[in-house]
Write a protein that binds this ligand. Sequence first.
Ligand code: SF4
Length: 400
Amino acid sequence: MLEALTAKVAAGGRVSAAEALELYRHAPTHVLGRLADDIRARKHPDRIVTYIIDRNVNYTNVCVARCNFCAFYRPVGSADGYVLGFEEIFRKIDETIAVGGNQLLLQGGHNPDLPIAWYEDLFRAIKTKYPTFKLHALSPPEVLHISKVNQLTVPAAIERLVAAGLDSIPGGGAEILVDRVRKLLNCYGKASADEWLGVMRQAHLAGLRTTATMMYGTVETDEERIEHMMRLRDLQDETRGFTAFITWSYQPEHTERGGSEATGIDYLRTLAIARIVLDNVDNLQASWVTQGGKVGQLSLAFGANDMGSVMIEENVVRAAGAEYCMDEVEIVVNIEDAGFTPKRRTMHYEVIGDPVFREREVPRMLSLGTAREGGDNSVPEELRQYPARSLAGKRLRLSQ
Ligand code: SF4
């Protein structure tokens, strides 16, 4: 059975869920890697590996969702809760542009005290100040949260956010798109599997391109990992809206759920099977942020064709114990050492050039920035303009 299956994949055939499971469970790791690498080579024969310089900014850590795998969020009213000010975000954009970046990956908690007008004003302010800068922002559960808080339909919320400057949507919050798992992770309330996919469908229909993700290694079975991939493949058949797929392992430190982290081999096998199943998704990112640079480099032999983002700032994964940092120089060295040619890209995977540090002098980024300096509990002045919904939020506005 395995031999026939590997021959089918090698010939470019599409696998069923049962066939994918058979390969995932029983194919030797080197065979899975070879199959995935062949598909990568067919889709990207030029041996180019891309990356993007952007900044991962978490605009608030206040969240009502309380997913039990998350070490980043703070409950409403917490002394450690923050909302970044517009000026703080502008400073982060300036620093991003200084190292050759062209985009913010902007995501945050489900903060009940930020109405849609806050997002619209922020996006408009950014686009006025930095007209060509891109906003890859608000994962599907955040879009859903904003639509509910503001009593809007999802298409209406997306329309308003796009009008204000939203360029594309990151695929966060997918975890595993199976409701049994989502209930156990306490993330069913923020978005069911159908709701996550529904937001992405609406985004694609509105003309946005998005990414798709999978966080594995909590309570899901192998079958459920494959089901997740199948659901993404089905939506991609329908809309062709996903530019890329990114998978990473659950990071357990400081989380309510606890437990242990999946191995590097599990990561490489999961990446490879994703390359095989997701035959309609062109780009797969290496998740070096959770796996480290060396496994990230190995990913390029297991189906990945992209090194993701040069990390300038990271808060979410670091809160759960992973703190890998690579600036552009290190990403480029890792790509070249693996035998590929590094190129910078946009969120749409258009190549925009060679490494910036080879074109001009840029500051090295040898440690990761944070959303805020530790102990900075300042409340941005402009928050006053936006009505709060929670009691704690109302008190905070009054105390300003
Ligand atoms: S994963 Fe996101 S939605 Fe869930 S608790 Fe953390 S910040 Fe909130």
